[in-house]
Design a protein. Structure first.
Length: 405
């Protein structure tokens, strides 16, 4: 509930302080840039400090402090700095929480425990967005972070009371050994650095694209890179385009709420669909559906504003960020897991994480420039075309990804 609305809040607050989509592009770029060293730093901290409870409690307390600090910032660049700090700190709790589930639950219960964890997290984000819808209708946007910071302190207090330190602790690499923990971790934080990748690691992965038998990891990572680049393009410009079309702050949060609700339901049944349709086909369907959604936004932003544009957003956003996102995200993570193999897991995941972080960062940066100097329609159409490229790459992946380790 505390962290779900923060990105939307930061973007709306930048606009309220008379910033532009260029400033939001910079904020999103630095947010993505900060997440890369954050994933590395907090991962290694978790490896060396085995007190899971302390890490979780202090991460919630520090996040609360960052959220409260927004109240005292009255400049666009100040918001960007605080938002980047939030990005760095919000990566702190993902690893210890995932390890805690495995360390405190019987192995036979891991799948159901991670499913509950995912559902609770999703419901929390949705409720946080709903809280924001009501808040901005009656209270200043700038004070929303007080409620969010208080919720983070509640999380810290509950963690003190309810979390028990495990008797046995696992290394972080254990996350990669269990499919459910891997999927949940990547959903919460789409970067996992078991080791920092080198140039040799990148060459090993991507030069295999020339060879039919071993090219699947390269094609998957290229597809994922195109997906995250397109997502950076779209997500950076969504809130400012809604605001520019005279959609109110509460209506902006409402669009995100509807998208999140659809996403929660989609993730609940996507496993059955993957088993029936297949991993690769599900991924392609998700990419095509998301491209259709982005293209729809590109057309709508040219001709609509106010309530008609809000109506278009309420149709296309749940389709792309809810249904299509669940299709591709679930299927692509299965493909990544299935191609890790028994060797070079750390370097392969390092390459994957670097691709995700850099693609998001570059997409966010270009989004601000393209929307400011050309128009939102160009950004959305470009994002749709990149998803088309991702679908083409995914279609070329062999059948090996359909089988698990």
């Amino acid at each position: 509930m505390a962290i779900g609305p923060v990105s939307t809040f930061a973007q709306l607050y930048i606009l309220e302080l008379h910033g532009s989509v260029l400033d939001i592009g910079l904020a999103s770029t630095l947010f993505a840039a900060a997440s890369i060293p954050a994933a590395i730093f907090w991962g290694f901290v978790t490896d060396r400090i085995h007190t899971r409870k302390a890490l979780v409690v202090w991460s919630y307390i520090l996040i609360a402090g960052i959220l409260f600090s927004f109240v005292f910032v009255r400049t666009v660049y100040g918001i960007i700095v605080v938002y980047s700090a939030f990005s760095f700190l919000s990566a702190a709790y993902a690893t210890p929480l995932n390890l805690l589930i495995m360390e405190t639950q019987p192995k036979a219960s891991w799948a159901s425990a991670f499913a509950r964890f995912s559902m609770i997290s999703s419901v929390g984000v949705t409720v946080g967005l709903l809280l924001s819808v009501g808040w901005v209708d009656f209270l200043p946007l700038s004070l929303l972070v007080i409620a969010l910071g208080a919720l983070s302190l509640v999380s810290a207090g509950l963690s003190v009371q309810m979390i028990k330190e495990p008797v046995t602790v696992f290394e972080r690499s254990m996350i990669v050994m269990v499919s459910q923990s891997f999927y949940q971790f990547i959903l919460a934080l789409p970067m996992l650095f078991l080791k920092i990748p080198t140039l040799i690691d990148f060459r090993r992965v991507f030069r295999s694209v020339k060879f039919g038998l071993t090219r699947e990891p390269a094609l998957i990572y290229l597809s994922i890179g195109a997906f995250y680049f397109a997502s950076g393009l779209f997500n950076t410009s969504l809130v400012p385009s809604l605001s520019a079309a005279r959609v109110s702050n509460s209506e902006v949060f409402s669009v995100l709420v509807v998208g999140m609700i659809v996403q929660v339901f989609a993730f609940n049944y996507i496993g059955k669909r993957i088993r029936v349709t297949g991993i690769r086909r599900t991924a392609v369907q998700g990419l095509v559906l998301r491209a259709f959604s982005y293209a729809g936004f590109g057309i709508a932003v040219l001709y609509l504003e106010g309530l008609p544009y809000l109506g278009a957003a309420l149709f296309f956003y749940p389709l792309g960020a809810g249904l299509a996102y669940a299709y591709y995200y679930a299927a692509s993570n299965v493909m990544v897991f299935n191609t890790l193999g028994r060797t070079n897991q750390g370097s392969s995941l390092g390459v994957y994480s670097a691709v995700v972080g850099q693609a998001t960062m570059v997409g966010s940066f270009i989004s601000g420039l393209l929307s400011f100097y050309v128009g939102y329609y160009a950004t959305y159409i470009a994002a749709a075309l990149w998803l088309g490229l991702a679908a083409s790459l995914t279609s070329a992946i062999g059948e090996q990804v359909e089988s698990s380790q």
